[in-house]
Design a protein around this ligand. Sequence first.
Ligand SMILES: [Zn+2]
Length: 377
Amino acid sequence: MLKVASKKLGFPLILALLGLGLTSCTQQFPLGPVNMMVIQPVGPSCQYQIRSASLQTIENISNLQGLLGRVVVHPDDLESDSNIFKLGLGFQGLDVQFSGSNGSYAPLDKDTLLGVSLYYGIEKGYLLFKNLDPSGDLLNIVPNMRDTYIVQNAELKSQPSSDQLYSDNAAYAQIEGANGPRDYFLHFPNKEISSIPLGFNAGVLIHEYAHMVAQYLFHNKRSEAGKNLSSESENTLAAFEEGFADYFAFLATGDPSFFHCSFPQGDGDRDLSHPKYLTTGQLSAITNSIDFDSHDGGAVWAAAQYQIGQLIGHEANGRSLVRFINNLASCTGLASSQVPISFGTLKNCHLQALGTNNNTRVQQIYQNAFGAAGGFQ
Ligand SMILES: [Zn+2]
């Protein structure tokens, strides 16, 4: 899950969309790919613009469905019936409205704009991983990716016994059902966010997409023994995975502070360009599982990746990290056995994926960030 999202979309933005000179409003929407007006990041420091983007994997905009999944809504709390998640029951398409013609379209209302933005963010993540390394192309790995549900304004209790619903957050989840695993991206409604809403913050969607990459390229390759680790090892892996997701969100948006476009204050320092090191308090939380927040440790890991990228090039580092996650289960030994995992283990696997160049300086960056962590070599 990502603690992440923007500015409420008021009339000026909607009117800007309506002011495109596209007049025909028709329900005969085309098959994809299409050019679509979406709100997108265009640089660092939370610069967003409404621009045309090529939706390369969308197949049909009338139901927001494409190779990567379908944008849907659900009328109920998603845990009110266990079959909702397990079998994908009750999800419905959006009532979408577009204007446009000749393969170029613009959403005509806020829900449609949000729906296409969700798909756009997921696709941006997909293209990033695919273009960095062929092993990052999930369409070659996930047998039923088209069945993935991208749930807009999901209702989900934050605790089973609570009436409180998640908000101001987003999540990726893989749910095991009678027909095999089903993948979900969940977008929760904005409640408090007064800057960039999560669904319009592409970095947030890319962060969640990176969790799906980690699921298929790493977790699914762990053996049964390799899934039975100490909480300290699992906490370390969880922290690493949050940082992995933040770094790829930066790579796709070019904005190291993408998180703070939605949360200008609070929720910790997630700006990747701010150097960080693992504090004894964080280390103690990882070890003891008390008040452990994987996003805190993840922010340290992501900031270290940012420094490595500044040193060797972000594209080169991103490419190495796709290889790294693809080989992580075998590199750590988790593909066949139960072994303890430390930040040092992860560093060694990253160095292996990087090859021999720049290892001393990369090692120093890891040492500075995680030197206090147990098991670090
Ligand atoms: Zn996350």
